[in-house]
Design a protein around this ligand. Sequence first.
Ligand SMILES: [Zn+2]
Length: 625
Amino acid sequence: MCSMKKHMSVAVAVLLGTAAFCGDSLSPLASGDVALNGGLARYMEKSMAGWILGDVPYHEFARFFRDGRPKFATGEMWGKFVRAGCMFYRYAHDEAIKARMKECVADILAAERSNGSISCSPVEAQPDGRGGDLWERKYVMLGLEGYYSYVDRDPAVLESLKRQADAIIAQVGPPPKVDVRDQGWSPNHVESSTLLEPFMRLHSLTRERRYLDFARYLVDCGGAKGSDLVQMAFDKVPPHLMAGAYPKAYETTSYFEGLADYWRATGDERVGRAVLNYFELVRDRELTIVGNGGADQPFHPRVFGEAWSDTAREQTNPDIKRMMETCTGVTWMKFCSHILRMTGDCSAAEAIERYVYNGLVGAMKPDGKGFSYVNLLDGEKVTNKGWGWDFGGKRVTCCNLNGPMGLAYIPYVSVMQAADGLALNIYNGLRAKANAPSGAAVEMAVETDYPLSGHVRIVLSPAAAEEFALRLRIPAWSAETGVRLNGVAYGAKPESGRYLEMRRIWWKGDVVELDFDMRCRLLKGPSGVNQAGDDRVAVAYGPIVLTRDEDVDKRYNEPVHIVATADGTIQAKRIEPAPNGAQVAFAVPTVEGTIVMTDYASADCWDGSHVRTWLSERLVSRRKR
Ligand SMILES: [Zn+2]
């Protein structure tokens, strides 16, 4: 085994040319080995019951492949539904989910066409250009790959996947075949090159060379017509300037997920650098305080809020009407899981935490029966308006289908395995089964009501005493973190935004306690092109962003001046029980008097009510003065 594997920066070393490629730094625990029992478990249970096992027209999704689709790209629905269902099965091993997935798979396999494809278009019309045929076939493949990997290793599924891939290879490629960059509905056709992900998965399942060759073609094509996304990321072009007028956040990130897998398989240094750069660029330039990104203003008004738009800076822009598509956030979260696996970069886990506790659960309908399409920080927090199709009065959007996938990914990243120990990334009540370096079992229990409080108790139970590293993510926002080992203050002072590495001989029943710095703090608004952020502030409690909810306070939109200390700490008082079903609420001091703020995620705006997250100190924005 490669000695670099001991460290958390293998992939970085590879990129610097100091080591041969030797695989991931972290890997997810095996299927079924993480069981959440904290607050996040409730969201996951609602999504499984309300969506995966709910009243969803999944037979209709499959019917499009037999009878044709009613609208471009609607063939994506089958694969997205099944992909999320299979990921939930990986977590819960629920027999009802298995039975439903089995039904879905039987449906779709029966739709195979004479050339082996599973497509909404007849063979003679494939690939069908603007209809989105390749994008839809990508999702069929991902759905079936999820089923084969996590639910049932049915050889018929793998054989079908190979026939589907071979049909695509026969149609798409260098001349005289069709150019992948000419296929799809969007101006730069970025969606079609996202076939990279299912081809890399199929290559890892079969090790057959032709799938990697086709993946190389997709990499060499650069992902979009007129823009080489790989080279642009390599050159650190900001995401909102990538892909010309159409830097669609979700599809671009999906292509980079495929690139991460390609890097994992090949160790290609240029691709690896591009993947890491893309992660850093999106993290630093596109994400809002609730962990999702992309917006219509100010750069891409015609992409419906689904384009990268320098959103980290522009998130206070009062002209934004649509931003933070759920599909974008979920795909970003999945991409972050690649970065975590490959590099062990703690900031990828921090990005996931920020999205999960704010943007993701904040987008779910309270009954679990769907997710918001775009999500505003100020104004209408949620909406079901956007691309989709009505099935006899039931509207299904891309985001309804992708939101559950985000929830199903939480256990995949919460606790991860390294060659020399364990990493705890997402704090929530859970039990996990992992392995010590010797291979012996290690059980971990995380007992906490986090993020309602900042106290986390971790109990380790190795089968036998053994030396290994326990890495605990110390959030960047936690200025002072208390650590106790078996009741005694731990010597090393943890550094915010890094893993605290505790390497020692662990005994059954060893207890680590963490106390994060949950003091409410002021977030200063970033200032974009119209400098609206100059008078905007927000308030956070630990990982949670607070908001003013119209249903809690009718004066939610009035300007206020928050009273904070010089270091940004706010003397806010917890209100219990929290109003309007919120998880947490605070009485926040302002010059104008105390205001009530609740967690952004809990604000239930499905009744059309509004929120105000970036509080304004003035009624009129700077631009309009
Ligand atoms: Zn969507």
